[in-house]
Design a protein around this ligand. Structure first.
Ligand code: XIL
Length: 318
């Protein structure tokens, strides 16, 4: 029988899911669905700085290895997420009274060590995540405060020194044409002008409070491609506010399926070749824990590993 994986692979398309280490260890149903349906995975949390850095001079690769090894063992493309981000830094780090030079040295060591460890195992890295604020200004993070915009140049440069993986910039709320994606476009153009080794841009596509118009998504993808960048949909999920929720589950799932289909079609139409969903089953999703007001079934599979209408829609679009 056709699965997302067989249909995707057949047409050269990567269908991915974000995965966690815990169910990989304990939940055979989860692993079975992953192996059958996806040819790409990303670590939902395991490769972030918080989980990787128990203290300033140490690393804990336990969960990260579990995710990366699962991907390799199952012939999946491994998208690694993420080397530089303002969120999910370790607790000790948030209290650390560093100098700017110490911070830069710390980040360089982090990028070299983590990207270097997975040199032959990771295909793509989200090197920098969410560097631009919603209004299009540079987000004021610890990295920006210490190094200015050039923290991006440095991070991509350091990563390129230790890995051949494709190096991506990744962000949310920049899926269609808007103020934020305009700013990201300008930022990436500046990086390219400065010769920074960047290969692509990831559009997260958490369709939560707003759902971008698929035509606008296609137009946005094209302009980044015109800069010479690959574009991938990297963290898709689809949830509704009460006022947008049709109210009954069947109707909501149809609406959701339509949006998934439209985005996959926009991706295909532009030559974008990757869509990653942010979790496998609705019960794995981060949405219910993070957004009280949103509907709690944003993914392609229900809690029992059964495919939802959105699953069929993605498969048909492929
Ligand atoms: C989320 C994870 O899904 C949660 O488990 C975690 O508690 C917080 O981070 N944008 C990103 C992802 O780039 O790393 C985030 O993942 C979701 C938003």
């Amino acid at each position: 029988n056709d699965t997302l994986r067989t249909v995707g692979t057949e047409r050269g398309f990567d269908v991915g899911a974000a995965v966690s280490a815990a169910p990989l260890r304990s939940d055979p149903g989860y692993k079975k669905t992953l192996r059958r349906e996806f040819n790409t995975i990303t670590a939902e949390n395991a490769l972030k700085m918080g989980p990787l850095r128990p203290s300033r001079h140490t690393y804990d690769f336990h969960d990260a290895d579990a995710v990366v090894d699962f991907g390799r063992a199952n012939d999946m493309r491994v998208r690694a997420h993420t080397l530089v981000w303002h969120n999910q830094t370790p607790e000790w780090f948030q209290e650390w009274d560093y100098t700017d030079d110490q911070l830069e040295a710390f980040l360089r060591d982090h990028v070299h060590t983590v990207a270097g460890r997975y040199r032959d195992k990771v295909d793509t890295w989200d090197v920098v995540n969410e560097a631009v604020a919603d209004d299009g200004s540079m987000r004021e993070t610890v990295w920006y405060d210490a190094m200015g915009e050039e923290y991006l140049d440095k991070a991509f440069q350091w990563a390129s020194e230790v890995t051949d993986a494709d190096l991506f910039y990744n962000d949310y709320g920049a899926d269609g044409i808007n103020e934020k994606s305009d700013a990201i476009y300008d930022l990436l153009e500046r990086l390219l002008d400065r010769g920074v080794p960047i290969d692509g841009v990831g559009l997260q596509m958490h369709a939560l409070h707003e759902k971008p118009d698929p035509e606008s998504v296609a137009e946005n993808i094209r302009r980044f491609q015109d800069l010479g960048l690959d574009v991938e949909i990297t963290e898709m999920d689809v949830a509704y506010l009460p006022e947008d929720d049709p109210g009954d589950e069947a109707a909501r799932h149809e609406l959701q399926a339509e949006f998934y289909r439209d985005v996959v079609e926009a991706c295909l139409e532009t030559g974008c070749d990757t869509v990653v969903v942010w979790g496998v089953r609705d019960s794995d999703s981060w949405i219910p824990t993070w957004f009280d007001e949103l509907t709690d079934d944003p993914l392609l599979f229900d809690a029992g590993n059964d495919p939802k209408p959105a699953y069929d829609a993605v498969k048909e679009a492929l």
